[in-house]
Each structure stands twice: as C-alpha cells, then as structure tokens.
Design a protein around this ligand. Structure first.
Ligand code: FES
Length: 165
C-alpha cells in the first residue's frame, strides 16, 4: 500500500571532507528546491519527500529515487527540480534527461561503491580483498623519545615489531 502517489527519497548523506557525497554536491539546495516546488504546485499531499542516507552513487549526486516506480535521478541541481516536479509528479512523464536508464549500470555502480567502501579497492574481487586483509605483515617503529641517550646519538633504539591488523 502506498499512502502517497509518489515518495521521493533524497540522499543528503554527508561524508568526510574530500570524499564525494550528495551533500558536498548540493543536496541541501536540491531538497529545499524540491520541497518548495512541490508546495508551489499544490502537490504536498501527493508527493512525500524524505531524506535518506547514501544511495550508493556518491560521485554522481545529488541523487534521488522515486517510488512506487523506482526511478533514479542523478546529478540533480536546483534548476532541474521544476522540470522533475512538473514532468514526473504532475504530468506523469519522466524527466528523461536526468533519469538513470540502465538498471544494470546503476546496480553495478552501487555494488562497486559498496565494495570499495567496505574496505575493498577498485578492481579487486572479494577474494583479492580477503588476501590483502589477512596477508601477514609486520610494522617496525622506532621510539627515540623514550631513549635517554637520543640527544647524544642513537646509542640505544627501541624497536617494536607488531602484526598489522
Ligand atoms: S552520498 Fe548520496 S549517493 Fe552516496
């Protein structure tokens, strides 16, 4: 059962500085424009707007997904919002220009990002990731500040060998 004609999920995920995310790419302004446009067109009882966490397309944000159809829009700007609201929510025609049309490509992008963010590296398979994670290795550190003789030379060195986790 769908209580609204359309339910729009807008990603407003914020990530650390330098990491691509919808917030850094203007999701807040898109959200504001969307809420305003929905109200201006009197669609507030037909279109429910909800923020959500990452949809997995962070490099291409701001992203939003519309149900019940499951239509994904990427790279949305505030200037695009009137077109989406008028075309999709009022006239029932997709704003084709911004729609992600290939579900296989969409899925692959999301799954790749999910894998990379879970600790994998681009191009790795899950098996590669396991090998890299559990490969035995050691780290060596020198702690000279604890050496009372460090001002006169490296007469003693503290060497610690520990497995890297
Ligand atoms: S931060 Fe929006 S899709 Fe990932």
């Amino acid at each position: 059962m769908e209580p609204f004609r359309y339910h729009v999920f807008v990603c407003d995920q914020q990530k650390p500085e330098g990491v691509p995310c919808c917030t850094a790419r203007g999701a807040g302004q898109v959200l504001e424009a969307l809420r305003r446009e929905v109200n201006v067109r009197g669609l507030e009882d037909e279109v429910q707007v909800t923020t959500c966490g990452s949809l997995g397309l962070c490099e291409n944000g701001p992203n939003l997904v519309v149900y019940p159809e499951g239509i994904w829009y990427s790279g949305v700007t505030p200037a695009d919002v009137p077109e989406i609201v008028r075309s999709h929510f009022q006239e029932g025609t997709l704003a084709e220009r911004l729609v992600r049309t290939d579900p296989a490509v969409l899925r692959a992008e999301i799954l790749t990002n999910r894998f990379v963010w879970s600790g994998g590296r681009a191009g790795e398979t899950p098996e590669d990731q396991d090998i890299r994670r559990y490969r035995p290795c050691v780290s060596v550190s020198l702690d000279l500040s604890q050496n009372p003789g460090y001002q006169w030379g490296l007469r003693e060195q503290a060497i610690e060998i520990a497995p890297v986790r």
